[in-house]
Design a protein around this ligand. Structure first.
Ligand SMILES: [Zn+2]
Ligand SMILES: [Zn+2]
Length: 258
């Protein structure tokens, strides 16, 4: 298998540099980016821990509590309040709800944030072990965990020039998908697919399908080679607000429910 250079996993240093660049460019997303960066660091620590101990997520209540405590300290008022409530919930009930979430892929946005943040390290490791060929899957759900992609990007790789890759919000799988096709309904008619972007940054676009009303974000790494799709996605939340005002629906929301 040929590895693609996965932008989000470009290493801690480049990720941190990107967060700082984005914070100065998008001050409205500054707090969220800081929060995301801290969650990422906690998840990376946790991943190392799981790698060494080989723990199952159902036996990792301690990690869930650590995440909640962090959110109580550093989260927005809404996240903090929900974290405090979850801290008092029965663990076996939470496990049951997360099992259901993994099957149905649906949850209220607030709990979805906690569940995805908690489960991600386990599923990222699963993805690393499974080592699926990203070039031949070509479907609109993740080859590892079945989630719908929360964003996409365009990149030149050794195998594909200007290929469009979809990104899973849970396990961070990246896989190739038809560049001009609506990820929701499969529409490929040029005249009903539009691209929108802010004048100040043409590297982050919305691919909007007028046939089904869904859109997906598209980060063009050929325009901005330093972009890190998952971070740039969070930074450009005004694009999502713009789309929402016009009645377009995001195919799958990101970690923060945007
Ligand atoms: Zn996945
Ligand atoms: Zn469509």
């Amino acid at each position: 298998m040929t590895n693609i250079n996965i932008p989000f996993l470009g290493g801690r240093e480049s990720l941190h540099r990107r967060v700082n660049i984005l914070k100065s460019k998008y001050p409205e997303a500054s707090e969220l980016l800081d929060f995301y960066w801290d969650i990422y660091r906690l998840q990376e620590e946790q991943k190392e821990h799981i790698r060494k101990k080989g723990k199952d997520w159902k036996d990792s209540k301690d990690w869930f509590i650590e995440l909640l405590d962090f959110c109580i300290q550093r989260g927005s008022p809404v996240i903090k309040e929900r974290a405090e409530e979850l801290r008092h919930e029965d663990w076996s009930e939470l496990v049951h709800r997360m099992e259901r979430f993994l099957i149905e892929k649906e949850e209220n946005l607030l709990d979805r944030f906690f569940f995805l943040s908690f489960l991600a390290p386990f599923y990222e490791l699963k993805r690393e072990i499974l080592d699926i060929d990203p070039y031949n899957w070509l479907r609109n759900h993740c080859p590892v965990c079945g989630f719908r992609p929360s964003l996409s990007y365009l990149a030149d790789t050794e195998d594909v020039e200007g290929g469009r890759f979809l990104v899973c919000p849970l396990c961070d799988s990246h896989w190739l998908y038809n560049r001009a096709m609506c990820v929701s309904c499969g529409n490929v008619e040029d005249e009903s697919i539009d691209y929108y972007y802010d004048q100040s940054n043409s590297a982050v676009q919305l691919q909007v399908c007028k046939r089904c009303g869904y859109y997906i974000k598209l980060v063009d790494l050929r325009i901005d080679g330093l972009a890190i799709p998952r971070m740039d996605d969070v930074a450009t939340l005004t694009l999502d607000l713009w789309a929402e005002e016009r009645g377009f629906k995001r195919f799958e929301k990101n970690l923060f429910g945007l």
